[in-house]
Design a protein around this ligand. Structure first.
Ligand code: GRF
Length: 209
């Protein structure tokens, strides 16, 4: 059984999707053992507590140097015996040392079809604003491993979502979450916990039985 540690900063709807998938028996070989927040007021912490999941808070501003923050985060993740780290709306950039310490063991969910509308500055509503501005007809979400390049790690799963007439960034954000993010993130986590993801040359393949 793999220990899953989820990193959050806000509302935690993706965390909720993971909790629901776990309850539904869809993550057979993993267990959410801890939720770590960058923000003590994140509603995601309440979701964790309501489900009896251990929580912790680690704030960048409590450390003078970024390297000290990174070391503290690595120690915390090691203390929690994390096998898999899931970034579910975690708003603090991870340092290279954290990424190296957990190579191909950190999964992020991004609200677009990478490589469109991703990279530095593309987070939250901005992603959907840009998709609408460009006039794409299809967008979606991507679950990927985290490497040193922002949104550049090996892609695990993607799901497309149609853009509809009259969409606003807010409406599109909601549809992308409901139709894509909340579905593929638990699926990617389940695949990882089942040891079904192989990474070769920065590309993943699913190991079939
Ligand atoms: C999601 O849109 C996710 O794609 C992005 O941050 C948002 C988090 O939302 N990385 P929530 O906290 O899971 O509700």
């Amino acid at each position: 059984m793999k220990n899953i540690v989820v990193l959050v900063s806000g509302g935690g709807t993706n965390l909720q999707a993971l909790i629901d998938a776990q309850k539904a028996g869809k993550i057979k070989n993993g267990k959410i053992t801890c939720v770590i927040s960058s923000n003590p007021n994140a509603y995601a912490l309440q979701r964790a507590e309501a489900n009896g999941i251990d929580t912790a808070v680690i704030r960048r501003k409590d450390y003078a140097e970024f390297s000290e923050y990174s070391s503290a985060l690595i120690s915390l993740l090691n203390d929690k015996k994390a096998d898999l780290i899931v970034l579910a709306g975690f708003m603090t950039i991870l340092g290279e040392d954290v990424i190296k310490a957990f190579k191909n063991r950190i999964i992020n969910i991004h609200p677009s079809l990478i490589p469109a509308f991703c990279g530095e500055g593309f987070y939250g509503l901005k992603v959907h604003e840009c998709a609408l501005q460009r006039g794409v007809k299809v967008t979606g979400a991507t679950a990927h491993f985290v490497n040193e390049v922002c949104d550049g790690g090996p892609i695990i799963l993607q799901k497309a979502v149609a853009i509809e007439n009259g969409d606003t960034p807010e409406i599109l954000q909601k549809r992308v979450m409901e139709q894509a993010e909340w579905k593929i993130l638990p699926m990617a986590v389940a695949l990882f916990c089942d040891d079904k993801i192989k990474v070769i040359n920065d590309k993943t393949t699913e190991i079939l039985d």
